[in-house]
Design a protein around this ligand. Structure first.
Ligand code: PRP
Ligand code: 7HP
Length: 178
Protein backbone atom coordinates (compact mmCIF):
# COMPACT_ATOMS: atom_id res chain seq x y z
CA UNK A 1 0.00 0.00 0.00
CA UNK A 2 1.26 3.54 -0.79
CA UNK A 3 2.56 5.75 2.02
CA UNK A 4 0.94 9.18 2.47
CA UNK A 5 2.33 12.04 4.57
CA UNK A 6 -0.33 13.68 6.82
CA UNK A 7 0.53 17.08 8.35
CA UNK A 8 1.30 16.84 12.06
CA UNK A 9 3.09 20.17 12.70
CA UNK A 10 2.74 23.00 10.22
CA UNK A 11 5.68 25.06 8.99
CA UNK A 12 4.26 28.01 10.93
CA UNK A 13 4.05 26.07 14.21
CA UNK A 14 7.62 24.88 13.71
CA UNK A 15 8.95 28.36 12.92
CA UNK A 16 7.24 29.90 15.97
CA UNK A 17 8.69 27.28 18.28
CA UNK A 18 12.19 27.47 16.76
CA UNK A 19 12.17 31.27 17.20
CA UNK A 20 11.29 30.85 20.91
CA UNK A 21 14.00 28.22 21.36
CA UNK A 22 16.55 30.56 19.79
CA UNK A 23 15.56 33.34 22.17
CA UNK A 24 15.89 31.03 25.19
CA UNK A 25 19.31 29.76 24.07
CA UNK A 26 20.52 33.35 23.44
CA UNK A 27 19.56 34.30 26.96
CA UNK A 28 21.12 31.15 28.52
CA UNK A 29 24.44 31.66 26.67
CA UNK A 30 25.09 35.43 26.78
CA UNK A 31 28.76 35.04 25.76
CA UNK A 32 30.10 33.20 22.73
CA UNK A 33 31.40 31.39 20.98
CA UNK A 34 28.72 28.74 21.37
CA UNK A 35 29.57 25.65 19.35
CA UNK A 36 26.47 24.26 17.68
CA UNK A 37 27.19 20.65 16.77
CA UNK A 38 24.61 19.34 14.41
CA UNK A 39 24.03 15.73 13.55
CA UNK A 40 23.71 14.93 9.87
CA UNK A 41 21.58 14.58 8.12
CA UNK A 42 18.22 15.01 9.82
CA UNK A 43 19.04 18.17 11.82
CA UNK A 44 20.22 20.29 8.88
CA UNK A 45 16.99 22.31 8.53
CA UNK A 46 16.49 22.80 12.26
CA UNK A 47 20.10 23.97 12.60
CA UNK A 48 19.73 26.44 9.74
CA UNK A 49 16.62 28.01 11.29
CA UNK A 50 17.64 27.79 14.95
CA UNK A 51 21.07 29.34 14.37
CA UNK A 52 19.45 32.37 12.75
CA UNK A 53 17.46 33.00 15.94
CA UNK A 54 20.48 32.78 18.26
CA UNK A 55 21.99 36.18 19.03
CA UNK A 56 25.10 34.79 20.75
CA UNK A 57 28.06 34.34 18.37
CA UNK A 58 28.08 30.70 17.23
CA UNK A 59 30.39 28.31 15.44
CA UNK A 60 28.72 25.66 13.33
CA UNK A 61 30.11 22.13 13.19
CA UNK A 62 28.76 18.86 11.84
CA UNK A 63 29.03 15.23 12.85
CA UNK A 64 27.64 12.23 11.08
CA UNK A 65 26.09 9.51 13.20
CA UNK A 66 23.78 6.89 11.83
CA UNK A 67 21.73 4.17 13.49
CA UNK A 68 18.58 3.87 11.42
CA UNK A 69 19.66 2.67 7.98
CA UNK A 70 16.65 2.52 5.67
CA UNK A 71 13.97 1.41 8.14
CA UNK A 72 11.68 2.91 10.78
CA UNK A 73 13.44 1.39 13.79
CA UNK A 74 16.93 1.91 15.17
CA UNK A 75 19.40 -0.85 14.41
CA UNK A 76 20.84 -0.11 17.87
CA UNK A 77 24.26 0.00 16.24
CA UNK A 78 25.59 3.55 16.27
CA UNK A 79 28.17 4.53 13.67
CA UNK A 80 30.23 7.71 13.39
CA UNK A 81 30.23 8.56 9.71
CA UNK A 82 31.87 12.00 10.07
CA UNK A 83 33.85 13.34 13.04
CA UNK A 84 34.40 16.97 14.07
CA UNK A 85 37.12 18.95 12.31
CA UNK A 86 37.90 21.06 15.41
CA UNK A 87 38.66 20.75 19.12
CA UNK A 88 35.81 21.63 21.48
CA UNK A 89 37.98 21.64 24.61
CA UNK A 90 37.05 24.52 26.92
CA UNK A 91 34.08 25.65 24.80
CA UNK A 92 30.34 25.75 25.40
CA UNK A 93 28.79 23.10 23.17
CA UNK A 94 25.16 22.60 22.22
CA UNK A 95 24.23 19.46 20.28
CA UNK A 96 21.46 20.26 17.79
CA UNK A 97 19.30 17.24 16.93
CA UNK A 98 16.09 16.77 14.99
CA UNK A 99 14.66 13.98 17.15
CA UNK A 100 15.36 11.98 20.28
CA UNK A 101 13.69 8.59 20.03
CA UNK A 102 15.33 5.61 21.80
CA UNK A 103 18.10 7.90 23.07
CA UNK A 104 20.76 5.50 21.79
CA UNK A 105 22.33 8.04 19.40
CA UNK A 106 22.60 10.85 21.96
CA UNK A 107 23.79 8.63 24.80
CA UNK A 108 26.63 7.53 22.56
CA UNK A 109 27.38 11.05 21.34
CA UNK A 110 27.34 12.60 24.82
CA UNK A 111 29.92 10.02 25.94
CA UNK A 112 32.13 10.74 22.95
CA UNK A 113 31.96 14.53 23.35
CA UNK A 114 32.30 14.59 27.17
CA UNK A 115 35.71 12.96 26.77
CA UNK A 116 36.82 15.98 24.72
CA UNK A 117 36.43 18.24 27.78
CA UNK A 118 34.05 20.98 26.64
CA UNK A 119 33.28 23.77 29.15
CA UNK A 120 29.62 22.73 29.01
CA UNK A 121 27.66 20.22 26.96
CA UNK A 122 23.89 20.33 26.41
CA UNK A 123 21.29 19.11 23.92
CA UNK A 124 18.64 20.94 21.89
CA UNK A 125 16.18 18.80 19.96
CA UNK A 126 13.23 19.84 17.86
CA UNK A 127 11.26 16.65 18.60
CA UNK A 128 11.21 14.34 21.58
CA UNK A 129 9.46 10.95 21.60
CA UNK A 130 9.68 10.07 25.32
CA UNK A 131 7.57 6.89 24.98
CA UNK A 132 10.30 5.24 22.92
CA UNK A 133 13.18 5.92 25.29
CA UNK A 134 15.54 3.01 25.94
CA UNK A 135 18.38 5.12 27.39
CA UNK A 136 17.79 8.14 29.67
CA UNK A 137 19.02 11.38 28.08
CA UNK A 138 18.98 14.82 29.67
CA UNK A 139 17.68 17.23 27.03
CA UNK A 140 17.89 20.95 27.86
CA UNK A 141 15.78 22.34 24.99
CA UNK A 142 12.81 20.49 23.45
CA UNK A 143 10.72 21.93 20.62
CA UNK A 144 7.80 19.50 20.76
CA UNK A 145 7.09 16.29 22.64
CA UNK A 146 5.40 13.93 20.22
CA UNK A 147 3.67 10.55 20.52
CA UNK A 148 5.10 7.31 19.17
CA UNK A 149 4.45 8.00 15.47
CA UNK A 150 7.00 7.90 12.68
CA UNK A 151 7.38 11.44 11.38
CA UNK A 152 9.02 12.87 8.28
CA UNK A 153 9.75 16.30 6.84
CA UNK A 154 11.74 19.34 7.99
CA UNK A 155 14.90 17.26 7.66
CA UNK A 156 13.51 13.94 8.88
CA UNK A 157 13.40 11.06 6.43
CA UNK A 158 11.99 7.67 5.74
CA UNK A 159 14.56 5.75 3.68
CA UNK A 160 16.04 9.14 2.60
CA UNK A 161 12.72 10.50 1.27
CA UNK A 162 10.63 13.48 2.50
CA UNK A 163 13.49 15.51 4.08
CA UNK A 164 12.56 18.64 2.06
CA UNK A 165 8.96 19.01 3.35
CA UNK A 166 8.39 22.29 5.23
CA UNK A 167 5.81 20.66 7.52
CA UNK A 168 6.39 17.68 9.78
CA UNK A 169 4.12 14.84 8.71
CA UNK A 170 3.10 11.44 10.01
CA UNK A 171 3.71 8.73 7.50
CA UNK A 172 0.73 6.43 7.29
CA UNK A 173 -0.60 3.98 4.77
CA UNK A 174 -3.15 5.29 2.27
CA UNK A 175 -6.60 3.99 3.13
CA UNK A 176 -5.59 3.17 6.69
CA UNK A 177 -8.28 5.50 8.04
CA UNK A 178 -6.88 9.04 7.65
C1 PRP B 1 17.83 9.84 13.46
C2 PRP B 1 17.80 11.22 14.08
C3 PRP B 1 18.60 11.05 15.34
C4 PRP B 1 18.39 9.59 15.70
C5 PRP B 1 17.49 9.53 16.90
O1 PRP B 1 19.00 9.72 12.71
O2 PRP B 1 18.34 12.19 13.23
O3 PRP B 1 19.97 11.30 15.11
O4 PRP B 1 17.80 8.98 14.57
O5 PRP B 1 17.15 8.22 17.21
P1 PRP B 1 17.50 7.50 18.59
O6 PRP B 1 17.16 8.43 19.70
O7 PRP B 1 16.59 6.29 18.55
O8 PRP B 1 18.93 7.10 18.57
P2 PRP B 1 19.19 8.63 11.54
O9 PRP B 1 20.09 7.53 12.04
O10 PRP B 1 17.85 8.23 11.02
O11 PRP B 1 20.00 9.42 10.44
P3 PRP B 1 19.57 10.75 9.63
O12 PRP B 1 19.63 11.91 10.60
O13 PRP B 1 20.61 10.85 8.56
O14 PRP B 1 18.19 10.56 9.07
C1 7HP C 1 14.40 8.49 13.97
C2 7HP C 1 13.47 8.99 13.09
N1 7HP C 1 13.58 9.45 11.82
C3 7HP C 1 12.46 9.89 11.24
N2 7HP C 1 11.25 9.89 11.86
C4 7HP C 1 11.13 9.45 13.12
O1 7HP C 1 9.93 9.47 13.72
C5 7HP C 1 12.26 8.98 13.78
N3 7HP C 1 12.47 8.49 15.02
N4 7HP C 1 13.77 8.20 15.12
Amino acid sequence: MALAPRIFLTAEQIQNRVRAMGAQISSDYPAGPLYLISILKGAFMFLADLSRHIKTPVRIEFMGISSYGRGKTSSGEVKVTKDLDVSIEGHHVLIVEDIVDSGVTLTYLMNVLEQRRPKSLAIATLLDKPEKRLRPVEVSYVGFQIPDEFVVGYGLDFAEDYRNLSDICVLSENGAGD
